[in-house]
Structures are given as structure tokens and as C-alpha cells.
Design a protein around this ligand. Structure first.
Ligand code: IYR
Length: 221
């Protein structure tokens, strides 16, 4: 049986010139996005973070299950707990778990196990994926969870950038401590830890080049 819950699409067509202009302007803006590792302690209002999360939650998802939860943390004690736990894992990673090749690949980024940004940034957004839902005691698996949450996180990063803020996609590994510290239920698994805020005055970023269009695409016309 076909669902009857359909409504007309709200779609406002724009002309080709406008489409070209807008696509260029958006690209040029997004091309300026950089991950940063030096955050100022300057505050960001909760309302901005709410809008950013609302934007992320407009992402498409498998069977429209929206299998994500965004925990936004500005609480100082919680940020410290998260930093301490992340650094504990990262110290082991850098000193024992990561391969020589991996460490070499990270050299240009100047990273190490210390993560002061987890306390300096005014907000940490922890993205959780909901691998399943529980309805009336029954377990229902979600679909394409990693793809869906990856898309929502992409929207989140774009929204952060458009709001004039910076972020870092941080993956302390393993990330189990995040569900523990934030007391998440068993159907939620940490996906990414994202400090959000402003860069420090003298913040520097590595000189990185993005791949050219020809290197990341093939057109079949
Ligand atoms: N999670 C570690 C190591 C790290 C790994 C990759 I792949 C990066 O692109 C950057 C860092 C850290 O955050 O330091």
C-alpha cells in the first residue's frame, strides 16, 4: 500500500546564472574551512549551537530514522573529564598503538597526545550514532547508520563554518569513554568528538593542499 502522507515539495527554482553564482560562492566559502587545534576560550551562545545541530539533523538518513544524537557540552567539569580520558587513550596511541607509518603520516599536522582544546573550546559536540532503537522493549536495527551519521556530521561541520566558527574532527580511540562520561544508553556509540569555537589570535594551521577537481572526480558526459 502506498503511503498517503505526501505533501507538495516546496522548491523555488533559480535560473542557471544564479545557480552558477551560488555554487561558486558556496565553494569559495567552504574552501576556507580549516580544522584548527588551538581554540580560544571565547564564549559561543547556546542558541548558535542549537541552530548548528538543527542544521545537522536535516541530513538525509536511512529510512529517515535520523540515527544520531548530538551531545553539546559547555560544562567545565565534564570538559575536563573528557580531556583527561581522551589524553589517557591518546598517550597510549602515540606511544604504543600507532604504527610508524601512521605517526609519519601525522607529522605534517604536528599533533600529539595532549588535547588542551578539549577544555579551551567553549563547546564540545559529541556525535553519537544510534545503532538500534528500542520501542516497547523491542530492539529495531537502524539502516546505513555510519553513512547517515557521516552525512549529518558533514552538515554539522558546514553549519559550524557558516556560523563563523571553527571546529576539529577529533577521534580519540577507543571512544568508549564518551558514552560512559555522558551516561548514554547502550544503543548509542560515539562517532566523533568535535570542539567548536574561535581560533586563538596566533592560531596556525598546516600548509595543506586540496586535491584538484581532476584528482577527485571523473565526468561521463
Ligand atoms: N586521534 C589522534 C591521532 C590522529 C589521527 C588522524 I587519522 C588524524 O588525522 C589526526 C590525528 C589525535 O587526534 O591526535
Amino acid at each position: 500500500m502506498k503511503s498517503k502522507n505526501f505533501i507538495p515539495l516546496h522548491f523555488k527554482a533559480i535560473n542557471c546564472k544564479k545557480s552558477l553564482d551560488k555554487s561558486k560562492i558556496f565553494f569559495e566559502s567552504m574552501d576556507k574551512r580549516r580544522s584548527i587545534r588551538h581554540f580560544s576560550t571565547k564564549n559561543v551562545s547556546r542558541e548558535v549551537i542549537e541552530n548548528i545541530i538543527k542544521t545537522a539533523s536535516t541530513a538525509p538518513s536511512g529510512a529517515h530514522k535520523q540515527p544520531w544524537n548530538f551531545c553539546a557540552i559547555s560544562n567545565k567539569e565534564l570538559k575536563k573529564k573528557i580531556r583527561d580520558a581522551a589524553e589517557k587513550e591518546e598517550k597510549l596511541n602515540y606511544e604504543k598503538r600507532m604504527s610508524e607509518t601512521w605517526l609519519k603520516d601525522l607529522e605534517p599536522l604536528n599533533t600529539d597526545w595532549q588535547k588542551p582544546m578539549l577544555e579551551d573550546a567553549p563547546w564540545l559536540i559529541v556525535v553519537f550514532m544510534k545503532t538500534f532503537n528500542i520501542v516497547d522493549g523491542e530492539k529495531y536495527k537502524n539502516y546505513y547508520v555510519k553513512e547517515s551519521v557521516g552525512l549529518a556530521t558533514g552538515f554539522l561541520l558546514a553549519a559550524i563554518h557558516q556560523a563563523g566558527l571553527c571546529s576539529l574532527t577529533h577521534t580519540p580511540s577507543p571512544m568508549g569513554f564518551l558514552a560512559e562520561v555522558l551516561q548514554r544508553p547502550s544503543n548509542e556509540k560515539a562517532f566523533l568528538l568535535i570542539p567548536v569555537g574561535y581560533p586563538t589570535e596566533n592560531c596556525e594551521v598546516p600548509l595543506l593542499e586540496r586535491k584538484k577537481l581532476e584528482e577527485v572526480s571523473i565526468f561521463f558526459e
